[in-house]
Ligand binder design. Structure first.
Ligand code: AMP
Ligand code: ZN
Length: 120
């Protein structure tokens, strides 16, 4: 199968169910993708073990980044479907460390998927 996330060579985290690696086009330093080893398109296709493993990965990577990168916050997000912005159709969770001042006004965060509605 021709899928970039099925052939990642250098994960920064892995277990029996998931791997994680740095995003090739990071929006901030440390922007990481967590993916199930199984090729499934979206969050809704994950099984319980994969969802638990993703949660463990998020927490382990957060602890690691808190020490190494010292961000001030995180966004966690999944684009499910082309209409929601998904471009790689192997399920992946974006873990995005956030730093004070990385944007001038961060209010609204993930509401920014609809830019005109980000701030309320
Ligand atoms: P999405 O739009 O949610 O499908 O996100 C796809 C993500 O994959 C984007 O943030 C890209 O920067 C990232 N990406 C694309 N190709 C690669 C690659 N070869 N290795 C790591 N990340 C990638
Ligand atoms: Zn895949």
């Amino acid at each position: 199968m021709d899928c970039i996330f099925c052939s990642i060579a250098s994960p920064i985290y892995e277990d029996a169910y998931v791997i994680a690696f740095f995003d090739a086009y990071p929006v901030t330093t440390g922007h990481t993708l967590i993916v199930p080893r199984r090729h499934v398109p979206d969050y809704f296709s994950l099984n319980t073990e994969e969802k638990r493993a993703i949660d463990r990965a998020i927490l382990a990577l957060k602890r690691r980044f808190d020490q190494s990168l010292k961000p001030a916050g995180y966004n966690i997000g999944i684009n499910n479907g082309k209409a929601a912005g998904q471009t790689v159709f192997h399920c992946h969770v974006h873990l995005i460390p956030r730093y004070v001042g990385d944007v001038s006004d961060p209010r609204g965060g993930v509401r920014g998927v609809i830019p005109s509605k980000q701030k309320y």
